[in-house]
Design a protein around this ligand. Structure first.
Ligand SMILES: Nc1ncnc2c1ncn2[C@@H]1O[C@H](COP(=O)(O)OP(=O)(O)OP(=O)(O)O)[C@@H](O)[C@H]1O
Ligand SMILES: [Mg+2]
Length: 511
C-alpha cells in the first residue's frame, strides 16, 4: 500500500531539517532491529514515530541518543554531522531522549537531578547550589512553574518528573527531544499538560519526536508520522490527510477485523463481593460476577479501580466486607492464596515487579505456575516448554524464541510474555488491570480475542481499563467507580461513553 500525503520529510522550502537520520542500520544477535531507516524532523515540528511492538522505534531513538551505536548510517542536527558515541556526547550535540523509565536519582532534589553530569557539578559535588537552583527554576518556569526545585525528586508524580526531564533537556540546549511512550502512565489531565509543554518546545523551534501506541494522541499532538515495520521504513505521512485505518494498515500490513461483542455470560454467580472496603480507597463495594462474564471496571484515575481488584486478589487486605466463591466466603491473605482459589490478577505495574530481566521467557513465564510443573522435585521440562510455546503463540510473542532473555524483547513484547504467564496459572477468575497498555493495535485485537476465548470456556473476567472503547468492546456489564465508591453498574444495553463518563465524573449524583 502506498500512503497518500507522502512528503519529502522535513525539507519543505529547502530548509535544512532540524534532524536528519539517513540509512540507519542496527543488528542485534539474531535480529535486524533497523534496516536502512531514514527519518527527518523539521524545526518546530512534532513528529510521530509509530509501529507495532518490536518494529524498532525504541532502537531508533537509542541510536539517535547514543545509547546504541548504529552499524550504518549518519545523523545530522541542523545539517551538521553528529557523533552520538554516548548518551552524554549526543546530549552535548543537542539531542535528548526522555526514556519511558525515567532515569533519575530518587533522593536528590529536582535541581540536582537536572544538573546531573553537567558542568556545574565538579567530581559529583555541586559547586554552586544557588546558581544551580536559579537556573533550574528558570528552565522550569515556562513548562510548569508549580514544581519546586528543592523538592526531592521521589516526591513528584511521574508526569512532573517527566517535565523535569524535559526542562533538563532545555538546560543542555537540546534541539531535538525524543519522547518514548511518554503518556503510558499519565492521567488525561496530565496528558493535556504535556501537550502544552510540547507546544512550548515546538514554538521554540525544538524538533520533537513522539512515540505512542495511542493514535488519538498522535493525531492531537503531531503533524506528520513516520511508520516503521519490522525494522524498516514503511512511509512518512501528513496526518491531516491520513485516516486512522490507513495508519493501522501501514503499521501492521493487514487490516484488523473489528469484531462485534459476543456475550457468553451465564446466570451462575461465581464470585460475590459484599460491602468490601479498605480505608478511604474502597468503600462498601458489592457486586456479583457471573460465569462466562466480562465485567468492565471504569472510573477516573484514583477512583479505586486498582485498589478494588487488589483486594479481591489478596494483594491488599480488606478491612470490611466479604468475598465469596461459589457461595462460600473465602479469605485470601496473599496473591498465592488467591491463585489457590483460582483468582488471578494481571497487575498494572507489570514491568517493575513482574519480571526477572536476565532470565529467559520460559523461566519468567513459569514462575507462578512452577509448582504445577514439578513432580517429586523434578521439573517436567518438556511439558512446561510445550505449554510456554502454546501461550507465547496465543499472545503473539515476537520473536517467538522462548529461550531468549526477556530484557532483550521490546517493551510491548515483555508485556505479552507476562500476560501469557498469568494465563498459565489457569485460574477460573482472571482480573486484568489495563491489559493493553503499551501494546500495539494488532496485538490489542489478539488480546481481545483471547479474553473472549476465556469467557467462552466458561471462565469469568474482570477488566479494569481507562480506555472506554476497550471497556465497551469487551464488557457484558460495566461497574463504574467514583471516589472509592461504586457509582453504579450499567447493563450492556445502557452502556455508552457518556453514561459511563457521567457516573465516573459525578458518581451519578446531581451536580
Ligand atoms: N538490546 C537488545 N538486544 C537484542 N535485541 C534487541 C535489543 N533491543 C531491542 N532488540 C530487538 O530489536 C527489535 C526492535 O525492538 P524495539 O525495542 O526497538 O521495538 P519498539 O518498536 O520500541 O517496540 P515496543 O512498541 O514494543 O516498545 C525487537 O525485535 C527487539 O527484540
Ligand atoms: Mg519501545
Amino acid at each position: 500500500m502506498s500512503p497518500t500525503g507522502h512528503t519529502d520529510a522535513g525539507t519543505a522550502g529547502g530548509a535544512i531539517p532540524r534532524l536528519s537520520m539517513r540509512g540507519i542500520g542496527k543488528a542485534f544477535p539474531g535480529v535486524q532491529a533497523l534496516r536502512n531507516v531514514s527519518f527527518n524532523v523539521a524545526r518546530g515540528e512534532v513528529h510521530a514515530l509509530i509501529g507495532e511492538n518490536g518494529a524498532g522505534k525504541s532502537s531508533l531513538l537509542k541510536v539517535l541518543s547514543g545509547v546504541y551505536r548504529a552499524d550504518a548510517g549518519d545523523i545530522r542536527v541542523d545539517g551538521k554531522l553528529v557523533d552520538a558515541a554516548s548518551p552524554k556526547a549526543a546530549r552535548m550535540q543537542g539531542i535528548a531522549l526522555i526514556h519511558q523509565e525515567l532515569q533519575q536519582v530518587p533522593h536528590l532534589d529536582v535541581a540536582q537531578n537536572m544538573f546531573l553530569g553537567m558542568p556545574l557539578t565538579h567530581g559529583g559535588v555541586f559547586t554552586d547550589k544557588t546558581q544551580m537552583r536559579a537556573r533550574a527554576s528558570t528552565a522550569l518556569a515556562s513548562l510548569d512553574p508549580s514544581i519546586d526545585v528543592t523538592a526531592p525528586i521521589r516526591t513528584l508524580r511521574v508526569a512532573q518528573r517527566q517535565i523535569v526531564e524535559i526542562a533538563r533537556a532545555l538546560l543542555s540546549d537540546a534541539r531535538v527531544i525524543a519522547m518514548d511512550e511518554p503518556t503510558s502512565s499519565l492521567t488525561p489531565r496530565e496528558f493535556e499538560r504535556l501537550t502544552e509543554v510540547i507546544a512550548t518546545l515546538a514554538a521554540r523551534g525544538v524538533g520533537v519526536i513522539y512515540v505512542s501506541h495511542k493514535l488519538e494522541e498522535v493525531y492531537r499532538v503531531c503533524t506528520r508520522a513516520t511508520v516503521l515495520r519490522d525494522g524498516a521504513l514503511v512511509g512518512v505521512v501528513d496526518l491531516a490527510n491520513t485516516t486512522e485505518d490507513m495508519l493501522v494498515g501501514m503499521m501492521v500490513g493487514r487490516t484488523i477485523e473489528a469484531r462485534a461483542h459476543h456475550g457468553h455470560a451465564g446466570t451462575e454467580r461465581v464470585l460475590e463481593i459484599s460491602g468490601l472496603g479498605r480505608g478511604h480507597a474502597v468503600r462498601g463495594v458489592s457486586f456479583a460476577l457471573h460465569r462466562g462474564e466480562v465485567l468492565g471496571i471504569a472510573g477516573l484515575v484514583g477512583a479505586g479501580r486498582t485498589e478494588l481488584v487488589r483486594l479481591i486478589a489478596g494483594v491488599d487486605r480488606a478491612d470490611s466486607g466479604t468475598v465469596s466463591l461459589h457461595g462460600r466466603p473465602i479469605r485470601s491473605a496473599s496473591p498465592r492464596e488467591a491463585i489457590g482459589h483460582g483468582i488471578a490478577l494481571l497487575p498494572e505495574e507489570r514491568k517493575r515487579d513482574g519480571i526477572v530481566p536476565l532470565r529467559s521467557i520460559v523461566s519468567n513465564m513459569a514462575l507462578p505456575a512452577f509448582q504445577r510443573w514439578s513432580r517429586f522435585g523434578l521439573v517436567r521440562t518438556q511439558a512446561l516448554r510445550q505449554r510456554v510455546r502454546e501461550m507465547t503463540e496465543r499472545v503473539g510473542l515476537r520473536p517467538p524464541d522462548i529461550d531468549r532473555p526477556i530484557r532483550l524483547f521490546s517493551g510491548g513484547n515483555q508485556q505479552k510474555a507476562i500476560l501469557g504467564r498469568w494465563l498459565m496459572a489457569d485460574a477460573g477468575i482472571l482480573m486484568f488491570d489495563e491489559p493493553t497498555r503499551g501494546i500495539d493495535v494488532g496485538a490489542k485485537a489478539d488480546i481481545y480475542r483471547l479474553i473472549e476465548d476465556l469467557v467462552q470456556q466458561g471462565k469469568s473476567v474482570i477488566v479494569v481499563s481507562s480506555e472506554l472503547p476497550e471497556i465497551m468492546r469487551l464488557s457484558d456489564r460495566v461497574l463504574v467507580m467514583w471516589r472509592g465508591e461504586m457509582a453504579g453498574i450499567l447493563e450492556r444495553a445502557d452502556m455508552n461513553e457518556s453514561a459511563i463518563m457521567h457516573l465516573a465524573v459525578s458518581g451519578g449524583r446531581p451536580q
